[in-house]
Design a protein around this ligand. Structure first.
Ligand SMILES: Nc1ncnc2c1ncn2[C@@H]1O[C@H](COP(=O)(O)OP(=O)(O)OP(=O)(O)O)[C@@H](O)[C@H]1O
Length: 351
C-alpha cells in the first residue's frame, strides 16, 4: 500500500528498463540536435537611467535555426538584429522570453566555447600580427601551444592571409581586418558561427571569398547565422532567412521558396535562330501565352567584375571591350536564350 502511494506521489521515480531509457535519451538528444537555436517569445526593452522604457528593440520573437544551415537575419537599421545576436551570446539579458542555444540557456557562458562570433566592428589588438592575434585568442580558449599553432596556421591560410601573417594588424586594409576577424571567430572550431555584417567593407573579390568561406563552414557541418544589409550576398549563401522590422518578425522561410515567382515559367536553352524563336512564340500562343519575353540572359555585375580583375592579372596593360567580355560570359557562351511566360498573359522579366 505504502509502495503504491509512493508511486502515485512521485511518478518520476518509476524505474524504466535501461534499454527504454537509453533509447528515450537518444531520441531526446536527436530532437535537441535538430535545432541549434530555439527562440521563444523573446523581447528586449532598453530602459533609461530611471528605468523608464526607452526602446523596445525586440518584440515577441520566436524562431528556430536548424543544425547545418546558413540562416540570414535581415532588417533595416535599428530593427533588432544585433540586440538578438547579443542575447544569443548571453551578452544582454532578455526582458522576457527564452533562448535555447546548443541545448543550453543563453545565460550559460559555457556554451560560448562552441560558438564563434564576428562582431560588426572587430576589436583586435593593432600591434599584434595575425599569428600573435590567433595565439592570443587560442589562449583564451585554453588551447595547447601545439593546437594554437596548428589552428592559427590552418585559419590564416583559409582566410587568405598567409602572405600578410607577420604584418601588424594596424597595417591591414578593411578587408584583411574582416578576414582576421573571421579567423579569430573560428579559433575554437565552433559548431555555431554568428557573423554580424561579414561582407561589410569588402571589395567584390573579398566578398566572393567570404561567401565561399561561409559555404565551406556549412560543408564542414557548422551552423552559420549572419546579419547583413548586403541582400544579394545573403541570398547567395543562406538556406533560410528572417526579416525583422522594428523588432518584429515579418518574414521567415526558405530563400528559394520566398523568392520563387510562382506565376512565371523560365526556359533556358542554347542560341535560337529568329525562325525558331517565332515557332516558340506560336507554340506558347497556342497555350494562351500571348505576351512572352524571349531575350539573351545576362550574367551579373559581380561575375563581370571578377572576370575583369582575373583577366587584368593575366594580361596586364590590356583594356577589354564590351564584346570581348560578353564573349567570355558563361551564360552567353552557350548562346542561351531565356523565355519567360506569365500565366496571366503579362510580359515576363527574363533574367
Ligand atoms: N544600448 C542601447 N540602449 C538603448 N537603445 C539601444 C541600445 N542598443 C540598441 N538600441 C536600440 O535598439 C534598437 C535595435 O537596435 P539594434 O542595434 O539591435 O538594431 P540592428 O538591427 O542591429 O541595427 P543595424 O542594422 O543598424 O546594426 C534601435 O532602436 C537602437 O537604437
Amino acid at each position: 500500500m505504502r509502495q503504491g502511494a509512493g508511486w502515485q506521489e512521485n511518478p518520476a521515480k518509476i524505474a524504466r528498463p535501461p534499454a527504454f531509457s537509453t533509447l528515450a535519451a537518444k531520441i531526446e538528444g536527436m530532437q535537441s540536435q535538430e535545432n541549434v537555436i530555439e527562440i521563444r517569445n523573446l523581447s528586449k526593452v532598453y530602459r533609461d537611467f530611471w528605468g523608464r522604457k526607452k526602446v523596445q528593440a525586440v518584440k515577441s520573437l520566436s524562431l528556430d535555426v536548424k543544425r547545418g544551415e546558413v540562416f540570414g537575419l535581415l532588417g533595416p537599421n535599428g530593427s533588432g538584429k544585433t540586440t538578438t545576436i547579443k542575447m544569443l551570446l548571453g551578452l544582454l539579458f532578455p526582458t522576457s522570453g527564452d533562448i535555447t542555444i546548443l541545448g543550453k540557456k543563453a545565460s550559460d557562458v559555457e556554451k560560448n566555447e562552441r560558438i564563434g562570433y564576428l562582431p560588426e566592428e572587430s576589436y583586435l589588438y593593432r600591434f599584434l600580427n595575425a599569428d600573435e592575434t590567433l595565439d592570443f585568442y587560442g589562449r583564451l580558449f585554453k588551447l595547447s601551444g601545439e593546437e594554437r599553432a596548428k589552428r592559427a596556421d590552418e585559419l590564416i591560410k583559409m582566410v587568405g592571409l598567409d602572405q600578410a601573417r607577420r604584418r601588424q594588424l594596424k597595417e591591414y586594409s578593411k578587408g584583411m581586418t574582416r578576414r582576421i576577424g573571421l579567423a579569430q571567430a573560428l579559433i575554437n572550431n565552433p559548431d555555431l558561427v554568428l557573423l554580424d555584417e561579414p561582407t561589410s567593407g569588402l571589395d567584390p573579390i573579398g566578398t566572393r571569398e567570404m561567401k565561399d568561406l561561409i559555404l565551406r563552414l556549412k560543408d564542414e557541418g557548422k551552423t552559420v547565422v549572419l546579419c547583413s544589409h548586403q541582400l544579394a550576398d545573403v541570398q547567395d549563401v543562406s538556406d533560410r532567412i528572417a526579416v525583422l522590422f522594428q523588432g518584429e518578425l515579418k518574414v521567415l522561410g526558405e530563400v528559394d521558396q520566398l523568392l520563387e515567382l510562382r506565376e512565371k515559367t523560365e526556359i533556358r536553352t542554347g542560341n535560337l535562330s529568329d525562325e525558331a524563336i517565332e515557332e516558340v512564340r506560336q507554340v506558347l500562343a497556342k497555350h494562351g501565352m500571348t505576351e512572352t519575353s524571349i531575350q539573351k540572359p545576362r550574367a551579373d555585375l559581380e561575375e563581370l567584375f571578377l572576370r575583369t580583375v582575373r583577366e587584368s592579372g593575366e594580361r596586364p596593360g590590356r583594356r577589354f571591350t564590351a564584346e570581348e567580355m560578353a564573349a567570355t560570359q558563361p551564360a552567353a557562351s552557350d548562346g542561351a536564350e531565356t523565355t519567360t511566360a506569365d500565366s496571366s498573359g503579362e510580359t515576363g522579366d527574363a533574367k
